[in-house]
Design a protein around this ligand. Structure first.
Ligand code: CP
Ligand code: NVA
Length: 294
């Protein structure tokens, strides 16, 4: 059976401990100028139905640094775009690629790819989840503060793909996940606790996170601007959190909307470490998946 990475819950806490330890080690190698060709001759095929900066560039860099290749297949040029079934596409691509990375809208499309692929399929973001980003987030927290166990993570914003993956992470690593989200946009993700406002959700938090009010594909942008107007991370919200609290954002960010500039560009923010860790964490993930499927 092929091991895929479609959701954060696809790996156990023990497997994450291995993947993150390896990512930290690989990061140190890269920092000291070392490039080990652990994936020489390997190809990652990538399909993007939505825009991307970090996911695209970090997977390209991860494969290149490891001696392999990442190749993007322009979605509009594929026969998939002319009606070829996902399953047939997945089967053919599995013959050429050692792994497939897909960013799309409906999560069911990625699941369909995985059901037919004979190589690992990686979710590079779907409407449901964004596990690769949360892997980098967890690695970043680990580097700064160690274990998430019994910590309070606060999410200020939409109940979106990022929060879904964080809900899975919180269950796996046994931390609390406190959420401030306007009632109309709440989703019953497992284990999350809703609060009436951002400062109440952030009370005593060890980590405060947010994301855009409107995700890629959300059409109701104006309605969201109005509904989320009081759902921002600002200095009042950060003052409610623990003194040592970190601030995270998966990026891209809208300063003045979900976060104020003084917070995202301030001392508690680790957003650039998160972005960098996409590279190291995904390289370790690729090694893990390819070893599982040897
Ligand atoms: N955080 C993230 O996935 O960024 P991109 O959309 O730029 O890939
Ligand atoms: N929730 C955002 C994440 C972008 C990386 C989106 O889906 O657009």
């Amino acid at each position: 059976m092929v091991t895929h990475y479609l959701n954060f819950a696809d790996c156990s806490a023990e497997q994450y401990a291995q993947i993150i330890a390896r990512a930290v080690q690989i990061k140190q190698e890269v920092k000291s100028g070392e490039r080990r060709a652990r994936l020489a001759g390997h190809t990652l095929l990538m399909l993007f139905d939505k825009p991307s900066t970090r996911t695209r560039a970090s997977f390209i860099a991860a494969m290149t640094q490891a001696g392999g290749n990442a190749v993007e297949l322009a979605a509009s040029t594929l026969q998939l775009n002319r009606g070829e079934p996902i399953a047939d596409t997945a089967r053919a691509l599995s013959a050429y690629g050692d792994a497939l990375m897909i960013r799309t809208d409906a999560h069911s499309k990625i699941a369909e790819f995985a059901a037919a692929a004979t190589c690992p399929v990686i979710n590079g973001l779907s409407d449901l989840s964004h596990p690769c980003q949360v892997l980098a987030d967890v690695m970043t927290y680990h580097e700064h503060r160690g274990s998430l166990k019994d910590k309070t993570v606060t999410w200020i914003g939409d109940c979106n793909n990022m929060l879904y993956s964080w809900a899975e992470a919180a269950q796996l690593f046994e931390c609390r996940l406190h959420v401030a989200c306007p009632p109309a946009y709440r989703q019953p993700f497992p284990g999350i606790i809703f609060f009436e406002n951002a400062a109440a959700a952030a009370d005593g938090a060890d980590l405060v996170m947010t994301d855009v009010w409107a995700s890629m594909g959300d059409a109701d942008i104006e309605a969201r601007q109005a509904a989320f107007a009081n759902t921002s991370v600002n200095s009042t919200v950060m003052a409610a959190a623990a003194k040592e609290a970190l601030f995270m954002h998966c990026l891209p960010a809208h300063r003045g909307e979900e976060v104020t500039a003084d917070i995202i560009d301030g001392a508690q923010s680790v957003v650039w470490q998160q972005a960098e860790n996409r590279l190291h964490a995904q390289k370790a993930l690729l090694l893990f998946l390819l070893e599982q499927n040897d």
